[in-house]
Write a protein that binds this ligand. Sequence first.
Ligand SMILES: O=C(O)CCC(=O)C(=O)O
Ligand SMILES: [Fe+2]
Length: 213
Amino acid sequence: MLHDLFEEERRHVTLGPGATLLGGFVRDIADDLIHHIHELSARTPFRHMETPGGKRMSVAMLSCGHLGWITDRTGYRYTDFDPLTGKAWPAFPLLFLDLAQRAAQEAGFRNFVPDACLINRYQPGARMSLHQDMDERDLTAPIVSVSLGLPAIFLWGGLHRTVRPKRHQVLHGDVVVWGGASRMIFHGVDVLKNGQHPATGDIRFNLTFRKVN
Ligand SMILES: O=C(O)CCC(=O)C(=O)O
Ligand SMILES: [Fe+2]
């Protein structure tokens, strides 16, 4: 009972105008999502990419959908094929598309049709420094971001890098949606703490759905 009350309270948290944390929104399909991630990773492996500045990212990534996000010495960009396999990125599992649209709608964004999904794999010690998602051409569409596995601290800053970010815990099954006036907010993930999660072991997965074109 107490547990239910707690869950109810943290269902919707407004982070800012056009930005909502949907607590537990995908918890009931989390096992299926993780299964899909494992299947995808057999077709396009997780890899630690290099930033344009030459740093190895602590987060390992892969993409699915029409477009995939990559970074190397040349810069950040979307491509229509995976440079590692030489093939197109794997298509979205239907479940992914459905949840992205339902979450966007729940947060007030209608008709969200993503064309890219970046999957991040964090192991203890990995982090993502403050950044804006700005490689998408269509900035009218929101970002839909799904957390699975180990808990993390999502950093939610402002429109300038210098704004000190607020810290929001994101748990297995949580979804954060940001768009509109919040689309260009600086955000990141604090260093992942050690832990074991029944669904993922020592891993946190994050999926971000984006509309690039
Ligand atoms: O892992 C997260 O929660 C955020 C990921 C993110 O900001 C990104 O992939 O651009
Ligand atoms: Fe981001």
